[in-house]
Design a protein around this ligand. Structure first.
Ligand SMILES: O=C(O)CCC(=O)C(=O)O
Ligand SMILES: [Fe+2]
Length: 193
C-alpha cells in the first residue's frame, strides 16, 4: 500500500507544474492508517447515514468498497453514487492535498449511505504526511512575482498535519468546511503567517 500511495502521489505530481517527483518524495516518510467501516442494513435507510458529509482531512484516501454501493460524492450541486467496480479502488483527494497543491486539487465532499437490506463494508487507507512536516506547495505552484515563494499566489498558510489532525479532534469535527475553519483558525493565531 505504501508503494501504491507513492505512485498515486507521483501521478498527482505529474498533473501539476514542476518536478514530477516532488510529491512522491514529500510522502516518502509519510504515515497512513487504515480504517474498516461496517454499515449494518437499515430498513429506514432514508432516515440515516452511514458516514455524514465530509472531506477527508488527510492528503488522499485509497478506498476499497465491497460489492454493495453506498459511497456518494457531491458534484455539480447534487449527490451522485460511486458504484463499486470490481477490482477498482476509489481515490479521494483530502484537505491536506488541496493545500499542498495550492488549491489546484479540491478535496472531495463525500458521504456513505446505508442499504435497506444488505450490510456494507469498506476499507479506507488514509495517506498523510509525516506529522511534523510543513505543508507548503512546491515552489512552482506558489512563487510570486519576486519568486520568493511567499507571493500572492499562496492560498493557504503553512501548517503541519499534526496541527490539522488536532484541530479535527479538538475544535472542529470533520465536515465539508474543515479546511476553511482551520485556515481561519491559523490566521487568527498570534504571530500567524
Ligand atoms: O465507506 C465509504 O464508502 C466511505 C468511508 C469514508 O468516507 C471514510 O472512512 O472516510
Ligand atoms: Fe471519507
Amino acid at each position: 500500500m505504501q508503494e501504491l500511495s507513492l505512485v498515486i502521489a507521483e501521478l498527482l505530481g505529474m498533473s501539476l507544474a514542476g518536478d514530477r517527483k516532488w510529491y512522491r518524495e514529500f510522502f516518502e516518510d509519510g504515515k497512513a492508517i487504515a480504517r474498516c467501516n461496517y454499515y449494518p442494513p437499515c430498513k429506514q435507510s432514508e432516515l440515516t447515514l452511514g458516514t455524514g458529509p465530509h472531506a477527508d482531512p488527510n492528503a488522499f484516501t485509497i478506498l476499497q468498497q465491497d460489492e454493495v454501493s453506498g459511497l456518494d460524492v457531491f458534484t455539480g450541486g447534487r449527490w451522485s453514487s460511486v458504484p463499486p467496480v470490481p477490482g477498482a479502488l476509489v481515490i479521494n483527494v483530502g484537505d491536506t492535498f488541496e493545500a499542498l497543491s495550492n488549491g489546484e486539487y479540491k478535496s472531495c465532499l463525500h458521504r456513505a449511505v446505508v442499504n435497506p437490506d444488505k450490510e456494507r463494508r469498506s476499507i479506507a487507507y488514509f495517506v498523510s504526511p509525516r506529522l511534523d512536516k510543513v505543508i507548503r506547495p512546491p515552489p512552482e505552484l506558489i512563487a510570486g512575482v519576486d519568486g520568493d515563494g511567499n507571493g500572492d499566489r499562496r492560498k493557504f498558510p503553512d501548517f503541519t498535519w499534526l496541527q490539522l489532525l488536532e484541530f479535527t479532534q479538538t475544535r472542529h469535527r470533520v465536515d465539508d468546511e474543515t479546511l476553511r475553519f482551520f485556515v481561519d483558525y491559523l490566521r487568527s493565531a498570534p504571530g500567524a503567517n
